[in-house]
Design a protein around this ligand. Structure first.
Ligand SMILES: Cc1cc2nc3c(=O)[nH]c(=O)nc-3n(C[C@H](O)[C@H](O)[C@H](O)COP(=O)(O)O)c2cc1C
Length: 399
C-alpha cells in the first residue's frame, strides 16, 4: 500500500495551492482507503438524519423540537435538552456540553440556546400555535461552576390563527458557510431588514462594510485569533470537540468536522485520510483561514451588542436574533459565518482577571461604552455551498 509521507497540516497548508493532492488521490493505497472510509460522500449516516427528518416533521411539540435541534450553536456542542408536554416545552442548558475556557461564562452556550428557541417558536407558529417564552433571568457569571442542567426558558403554546412565518422554510437549509465569499455587495434593503430585526429584539447592531472601521474590525479579528491560539487551555478546550473521521462524526454526531471547515471537497476528503493534526497546528490553520479566506472580500461584517452581555435573558434574545438573521440570509442566498474571536478573547481575559484590551478595542471599534459586543459575524455570497453539520438524535436531547 502507498505510504503517505505528509501530515495533514503540511497537506492543508500547501495542498490548497498545489496539485499534489490530486497525485496523492490517484495513488492506489489512497484510493483503497478512500473507498473504505467513503470519504467522498461525507454527508450521510445517522449524524445527518435530523436534517432529512425535518423535511417531514412530526405534528405537535415533537415537530417543534425537531426544528430546534437544527439551530446554530457554538462549536456544534448542541448544549440543549428539552422537556416536552403537549402545551409547553422547557428548554434546558446541558452544562456538561461546554467549551471550557473557550466560553468561560457559557455566554456562547446561552446564545446557542436562544437560536434553538427561535426555531422552536417558528415551528410552533407553523403549526398554528402562539409561543409565549418565559426566560431565565440572572447573570451568566454564576454558570461556570454549575453542573448538570439548568432551565433557560419555558415556552407555552396556545392555539392561534396560523402565524406562519416564511423564515420557517429556511430552517432546514440554513448552514454556516466557511468558504471564501465574493466581493459582491449585500443589497441595502437586506441590511435594513437586519436592522429592523435588531431593533425589534432591542439589541444593537453595527453593520460594517469598508473603510477604517472595517480595517480595525479585521485587525481585531486577526489579533484575537492569534491571541487565542497562543492560549493552550483555550485551544485544548476547543479541539476536544473536533471530529476527524467519518466514523467519529457518526458516533459523536456533534462538533466541528472536516467537511464543514470550508475546504474544497477533494482537499477535505484527502485531508481526512492523513494523520490527524494536533490542536496547535489545527488552530494555526484557523488563523490563516481567518486572515486569508474569511476576511478578505467579505462584503459585510457585523456585531450584535447588549447592554450587559452576561445577562441571561437578553443573551437568549440575542441568540434568537442571530438565528433570524441567518434564516433571513438563507432566504435570499446570502451566506453567513459567525466569527466570535474578539469576544471569546474578551471573556477569557475577564475570566483570568487580566486588563481587558479586547473589550477596550471592541468599545473603540463600536464607539460606545454603553453597549457590550456579544456576537460578530461576516456575510456575503459564498464561492461554494455549505454542508449540513452533524446533529445528535432528538431522543438523546429529550429529558
Ligand atoms: C454563539 C455562537 C458562536 C459561534 N461562533 C463561531 C465562530 O466563531 N466561528 C465559526 O466558524 N462558527 C461559529 N459558530 C457557528 C457554529 O459553529 C455552527 O452553528 C455549528 O457548528 C452548527 O453548524 P450549522 O450552523 O451549520 O448548523 C457559532 C455559532 C453560535 C451560535
Amino acid at each position: 500500500m502507498t505510504t503517505i509521507n505528509v501530515n495533514r497540516r503540511q497537506f492543508l497548508s500547501t495542498g490548497l495551492k498545489a496539485s499534489a493532492g490530486i497525485a496523492l488521490a490517484v495513488s492506489g493505497g489512497v484510493v483503497y482507503k478512500a473507498l473504505r472510509e467513503d470519504i467522498f460522500s461525507p454527508i450521510d449516516g445517522p449524524a445527518f438524519q435530523p436534517w432529512l427528518d425535518f423535511k417531514h416533521p412530526q405534528p405537535g411539540v415533537i415537530g417543534m423540537v425537531q426544528a430546534a435541534i437544527l439551530a446554530a450553536n457554538p462549536h456544534n456542542t448542541q448544549p440543549w435538552r428539552f422537556a416536552i408536554q403537549p402545551d409547553q416545552v422547557v428548554v434546558y442548558a446541558d452544562l456538561e456540553r461546554n467549551l471550557g475556557s473557550f466560553d468561560p461564562f457559557r455566554r456562547e452556550m446561552t446564545l446557542g440556546l436562544g437560536c434553538a428557541i427561535e426555531n422552536l417558536c417558528l415551528a410552533a407558529h407553523q403549526q398554528g400555535m402562539s409561543a409565549d417564552v418565559q426566560y431565565q433571568t440572572g447573570t451568566l457569571a454564576k454558570l461556570p461552576t454549575l453542573r448538570g442542567t439548568l432551565v433557560m426558558a419555558t415556552i407555552h403554546f396556545k392555539a392561534h390563527d396560523t402565524l406562519v412565518d416564511p423564515l420557517y422554510d429556511a430552517i432546514g437549509r440554513r448552514h454556516t458557510n466557511r468558504f471564501p465569499y465574493t466581493a459582491t455587495p449585500i443589497p441595502a434593503e437586506f441590511q435594513t431588514l437586519l436592522e429592523q430585526e435588531a431593533s425589534a429584539h432591542n439589541v444593537r447592531l453595527d453593520l460594517i462594510g469598508q473603510g477604517d472601521q472595517r480595517r480595525e474590525f479585521d485587525r481585531l479579528m486577526i489579533d484575537s485569533t492569534q491571541w487565542i491560539i497562543n492560549d493552550p487551555e483555550m485551544i485544548h478546550d476547543s479541539h476536544r470537540w473536533f471530529r476527524n473521521r467519518k466514523n467519529e462524526v457518526n458516533e459523536h454526531r456533534d462538533g466541528p468536522f472536516m467537511d464543514g471547515v470550508g475546504l474544497p471537497k477533494s482537499i477535505a476528503a484527502i485531508a481526512k485520510m492523513l494523520p490527524p493534526t494536533d490542536a496547535e497546528k489545527a488552530h494555526e490553520l484557523w488563523l490563516s483561514a481567518t486572515r486569508d479566506k474569511h476576511l478578505p472580500n467579505a462584503p459585510l461584517v457585523g456585531v450584535i451588542s447588549l447592554k450587559d452581555r452576561f445577562d441571561i435573558k437578553t443573551t437568549l434574545i440575542a441568540g434568537r436574533c442571530w438565528q433570524r438573521f441567518h434564516l433571513q440570509a438563507t432566504q435570499v442566498g446570502v451566506a453567513c459565518q459567525p466569527m466570535n474571536q474578539p469576544i471569546e478573547w474578551s471573556d477569557r481575559l475577564a475570566q483570568l482577571d487580566r486588563p481587558n484590551i479586547a473589550e477596550q478595542r471592541l468599545q473603540a471599534l463600536l464607539g460606545t461604552r454603553d453597549w457590550q459586543a456579544t456576537f460578530s459575524f461576516r456575510m456575503g455570497y459564498a464561492t461554494a455551498p455549505a454542508v449540513p453539520s452533524p446533529r445528535r438524535a432528538l431522543r438523546d436531547r429529550l429529558i
